[in-house]
Ligand binder design. Structure first.
Ligand code: FEO
Length: 400
């Protein structure tokens, strides 16, 4: 286990941990380069921690922290985002830092209430607030929905260091940590952006606009290399990625027909639906069997589509896991109101229908009100009805 503490400025030290073993993050995201959980210590008159680490790395984290200070001297813990990969260590940190107050957005503090499970000293902050650390000052920058509603950025003015948690981060683990020592990690940066942040590009651009006036010498993220040089290049590159995404996604009138099929019955339904939908001018059909599709490709297809038809058989009274994967990549912030329907084949009970509709509605998609589920094998006599289902759906999508 690594024991290194790394200097960012005279007052800011990285005390994060390396996670080389992780292969999937949040269950749904590949992490072939591992990841890091970055936490920072600010040695100001009021000693401050920014983010913690995943709880399972507590021991090594505590050891690092104690090398820099007596934890009872910590006055502030800044939480830019509360997902447990960053906030997981808070419960234990509060035990050894009884004089610390947690600073975060109102939503962050609300989320932490249920993560920590007991009362804790806290102070809600919002964009424009200044946190006085005695000899240093931190400015709070509003940056919501990156990628949870709780997110903020914080800027240590005197040191010109910006803390952004997931924004500008990457799942990339390298012993050397500093950006000028880790080699090229563009593919990891791009993948992290695509899967975690891209859907929130509109919010990312707003946040970037707010940090433009700042002089930034280091970007301290929650994952991946320490960006101690080339900050403007990374901001510019990310701004461009967001702009490109917004210009291209979703593609107007593009229907994603995504399905899995156990015996080919649901596949036949999907193909006939696609045939019917293709009769409508001006719609683009993306028909795909997602059984073995990699997560990045699937996420891109979900992003790109302006409407969804989702198909699954019922096996063991359940829809198939690939469909859970689809829903895991949807977000009401981006996909709300996209038209959606569902279909499939079943043997006797057909629970997948209810589950698909339930997920569609929970995610605030616009459920079309029609589903198409058939017992076992679709017969030739069913084909016209199935095609009509696809055509009617496409007509609504095309606005006819
Ligand atoms: Fe790295 Fe959204 O947590």
């Amino acid at each position: 286990m690594d024991k290194q503490i790394l200097k960012i400025t005279d007052s800011v030290e990285w005390i994060g941990v390396l996670d080389k073993e992780i292969t999937t993050f949040d269950i749904v995201m590949e992490t072939k380069y591992g990841t890091t959980y970055n936490s920072y210590f600010i040695n100001a008159e009021k000693k401050t921690i920014v983010e913690t680490v995943k709880e399972k790395f507590w021991d090594v984290y505590e050891e690092k922290l104690r090398k820099l200070c007596d934890p009872s001297e910590i006055e502030y813990i800044i939480v830019n985002h509360t997902e447990p990969d960053h906030a997981g260590g808070l419960r234990k940190l509060l035990k050894i830092a009884p004089n610390a107050k947690i600073l975060g957005s109102t939503s962050a503090l609300r989320f932490l209430k249920d993560q920590i499970g007991e009362e804790f000293p806290q102070q809600a902050v919002r964009g424009g607030d200044i946190i006085d650390l005695g000899n240093k000052t931190i400015e709070v920058i509003s940056a919501p929905n990156l990628h949870w509603p709780d997110s903020i950025y914080t800027y240590l003015k005197e040191d010109k260091v910006l803390f952004t948690c997931d924004s500008f981060g990457a799942h990339f683990c390298h012993d050397d940590m500093y950006i000028n020592k880790v080699g090229n990690y563009d593919d990891a940066y791009q993948y992290y952006f695509d899967v975690i942040l891209k859907p929130f590009s509109k919010f990312f651009l707003q946040a970037i606009e707010r940090i433009r006036p700042l002089e930034i010498e280091a970007i301290c993220t929650g994952h991946g290399p320490l960006i101690t040089e080339g900050c403007q290049e990374i901001i510019d590159k990310t701004e461009k990625l967001c702009q490109e995404y917004i210009a291209q996604y979703p593609v107007k009138n593009r229907i994603l027909i995504a399905y899995v099929s156990a015996y080919g019955f649901t596949k036949t339904i999907a193909e006939k639906i696609a045939e019917g939908a293709a009769e409508v001018q001006g719609v683009e059909i993306d028909l795909c069997d997602i059984e073995k599709m990699d997560i990045g490709t699937l996420a891109d297809k979900i992003d790109k589509a302006s409407a969804y038809l989702l198909g699954s058989p019922t096996i063991n009274q359940n829809m198939l896991p690939q469909l859970y994967q689809v829903f895991a990549h949807m977000t009401p912030i981006r996909d709300k109101d996209k038209l959606a329907g569902c279909f499939g084949s079943y043997g006797w009970s057909g629970e997948a229908e209810k589950q698909l509709i339930g997920n569609i509605e929970n995610l605030k998609l616009n459920y079309w009100g029609n589903s198409l589920f058939l017992k076992f094998r679709p017969q030739e006599k069913d084909f016209e009805r199935i095609k009509t289902y696809g055509k009617n759906f496409a007509l609504i999508v095309s606005g006819c």
